[in-house]
Design a protein around this ligand. Structure first.
Ligand SMILES: [Zn+2]
Length: 287
């Protein structure tokens, strides 16, 4: 059964570790992440962007697939199904479809409008026992056509949004979606500490977890980050393993063209990436 992310994130905050959010794109992705979480006895958050939701034939299809897998694979660790960077309408659609958690990304709205829309969604989620993530200060890079500049959040605005009763807060601290450029300035721990000072116990979320050096990840967790989003890294690992299989000509040998064989190396690569992240984030055996 899907659960809200609230309890797992509060436990992570108190235990000084982080729960990974791994974005899913299809059946292989979902199966790889769920099995790894179970093997590692770790809580897990499955992230679905609006684009990925559309790709997977809509939110209801996603909910059906994930619930079916949890049952048929015997998954007993806590699993939250979370909309990533949701619009207002997207968040409502996911709530309707059976997601257990949503992110409303109102960071591109003026703060007043972000507050008004977040408030409405917080009320709906509270009533249904779902968790909700809000964002202040846009995350850099490109995600589903939304381009942010990687700004640092205003700690007072973080406090304002945090006080609305959200479950978790994504605050921009110079992090970026996708691969980090050579000249990236690194995370702003000064901003993170200032945000933490204002929002107190609120679990903080770090987006763009691909390519942030390990020591920075650990420091961010020590400063209140309880959820870290990983997306691009699984995609890179899947693509590299699939490329290796095809370049070695294995799809031309015997029944190597069978999708269950062709996609197996990519599937294993996602599993290895997820396990590595769970070790780094400290969520193993925290289910
Ligand atoms: Zn993000």
């Amino acid at each position: 059964m899907l659960v809200s992310a609230k309890e797992m994130l509060n436990k992570a905050r108190d235990g000084k570790y982080a729960v990974g959010q791994f974005n899913i794109n299809n059946l292989e992705w979902t199966k790889a992440i769920l099995l790894t979480a179970q093997e590692c006895n770790s809580p897990v958050i499955l992230g679905v962007s609006e684009g990925a939701g559309k790709y997977m034939c809509g939110y209801k299809t996603v909910v059906g697939m994930v619930n079916g897998m949890i049952e048929s694979l015997g998954i007993t660790v806590p699993v939250a199904l979370h909309l990533d960077h949701g619009s207002y309408d997207g968040a409502k659609a996911c709530i309707e479809a059976g997601f257990s958690s949503v992110m409303f990304d109102g960071s591109h709205y003026p703060i007043e409008e972000n507050v008004a829309k977040t408030t409405e969604l917080v009320n709906i989620c509270n009533e249904l026992g779902l968790s909700i993530e809000a964002e202040v200060g846009s995350i850099g890079g490109e995600e589903d056509g939304v381009v942010g500049a990687g700004e640092c959040a205003d700690p007072d605005e973080c406090k304002m949004i945090s006080d609305l009763g959200v479950t978790m807060l994504a605050a921009g601290i110079g992090n970026i979606h996708g691969k980090y450029p050579e000249n990236w300035a690194g995370l702003s721990f000064e901003t993170l500490a200032a945000v933490k000072d204002k929002v107190g116990d609120m679990p903080l979320v770090l987006h763009g977890g691909t390519g942030i050096p390990e020591d920075m990840i650990k420091k961010a967790i020590s400063l209140g980050v309880a959820k870290i989003n990983v997306n691009t890294e699984c995609q890179l690992a899947f693509a590299a393993a699939t490329r290796e299989y095809v370049e070695a000509g294995k799809d031309l040998q015997g029944k190597g063209f069978d999708p269950r064989k062709l996609l197996a190396p990519g599937f294993e690569a996602i599993k290895a990436t997820v396990k590595e992240k769970m070790e780094l984030f400290g969520s193993i055996d925290k289910a």
